[in-house]
Design a protein around this ligand. Structure first.
Ligand code: KG4
Ligand code: ZN
Length: 356
């Protein structure tokens, strides 16, 4: 079966074609970063309008890339949440109209499930079960993944996500949006041992995270330096960036290793925008080598938001028998806040409890 996937949950419009037997066939992306940059962050209304402008040209582009026609498409997948309501509505309405007009099933996909399964698009492909470290702009979670649709939360952030920690500290330092790549670039010139920044919850005994204290710590260092010399030298800024990056990466890596030890699993999968971070990749690779395990990442261009992971998650859900293919009701809602647990295959015991 051939599935077209639409992603429009935040500031990237993505469209892709995936096949249940051949994997990813084509994908196209338009990033709104340049448009939002002058505002220092995502402006939801501008994001929605831009998704409207981009989504159909990108659809034509992927069909052309794959040498396919609309008649070749068997199902439609789209991000139904979580994300910005207006932005989600663009992808959802295009997907549902497309499905309705062609008499096709439409499969709502949880954005985080898309990220979670995206490392399966790379070679070598991780086998189930694995531990997933999901590090996007809004989420930081460690999960045990036993199969498509079978996800157990092991730990998560109690406040800011790792991506948010990058973005907010970068903003404090006057770096551009998005903060992660900008801070990481500046950090290349710096000394990561220059500032002793907190590594919150490292010894909390569980697999939860907390990053909000890091912002305050960075702000305090910034203020102290500004007070001392009036302004910050380029080297001081680079040192602070490197120390911040090291603190975030250190916590992520050490908690991931703790999750490996706790579950006894040998495969770690990293997904989400922060998964593009070079230091995180290197540190996890080293740590997993020591554990005699393997670490898997999505292809670099599929770490941040994209349509490929949505089309592919649709294909995997169909293969796993987890997608409704008979529905012809195209009324829909989007879920700006949506717990991943809602799309999990529930153990029978739990289902019985829900049904009362
Ligand atoms: O997964 P994603 O594209 O969007 C969400 O679903 O949130 O993640 C975006 C996040 C942003 O916080 C961005 O700063 C961060 O990923 N990010 C990075 C890097 N590239 C993107 N953080 C650290 N290092 C990077 N190279
Ligand atoms: Zn995302």
């Amino acid at each position: 079966m051939i599935i077209i996937g639409f992603e429009s949950s935040c500031d990237e419009t993505g469209v892709a074609l995936a096949c249940t037997s051949r994997g990813l066939l084509a994908h196209a992306l338009h990033s709104q970063i340049a448009m939002h940059r002058e505002y220092g962050g995502v402006v939801p209304e501008l994001a929605s309008r831009d998704h409207i402008r981009r989504i159909l040209p990108l659809t034509r582009q992927v069909l052309e890339q794959a040498g396919l026609d609309v008649d070749d498409i068997d199902a439609v997948a789209y991000t139904a949440g979580p994300g910005l309501a207006g932005a989600l509505l663009v992808g959802a309405s295009v997907a549902q109209s497309f499905a309705w007009s062609r008499g096709l099933p439409a499969i709502p996909i949880h954005h985080l499930e898309g990220h979670l399964l995206s490392p399966l698009l790379a070679e070598p492909r991780p086998e189930f079960p694995f531990v997933a470290l999901l590090v996007s702009g809004g989420h930081t979670q460690l999960m045990r993944v036993d199969a498509v649709g079978s996800y157990e939360l092991l730990g998560e952030t109690l406040d800011d996500a790792a991506g948010e920690a990058f973005d907010k500290t970068a903003k404090l330092m006057g770096l551009g949006y998005p903060g992660g790549p900008a801070l990481s670039k500046l950090a290349e010139q710096g000394d990561s041992a220059a500032f002793d920044l907190p590594r919150p919850m490292l010894h909390s005994g569980d697999l939860d995270f907390s990053f909000s204290g890091l912002k305050t710590a960075v702000l305090t260092r910034l203020k102290a330096m500004e007070k001392g010399n009036g302004t910050l030298s380029d080297q001081q800024r680079a040192d602070l960036a490197a120390s911040t990056e090291a603190a975030i990466v250190d916590v992520l890596a050490r908690k991931s290793i703790k999750a490996m030890k706790q579950t006894g699993l040998k495969r770690l999968v990293v997904a989400g925008g922060v998964g593009a971070n070079r230091h995180l990749r290197a540190q996890l690779k080293q740590a997993m080598e020591r554990l005699k395990g393997e670490v898997y990442f999505p292809p670099l261009d599929l770490c941040t938001d994209n349509g490929a992971m949505i089309a592919y998650a649709g294909a995997l859900r169909i293969q796993a028998g987890l997608a409704r293919l008979d529905g012809n009701n195209h009324a829909f809602t989007v879920r700006p806040r949506w717990d991943l647990h809602d799309v999990c295959i529930r153990p029978e015991k739990e289902q019985a409890a829900v049904q009362g």
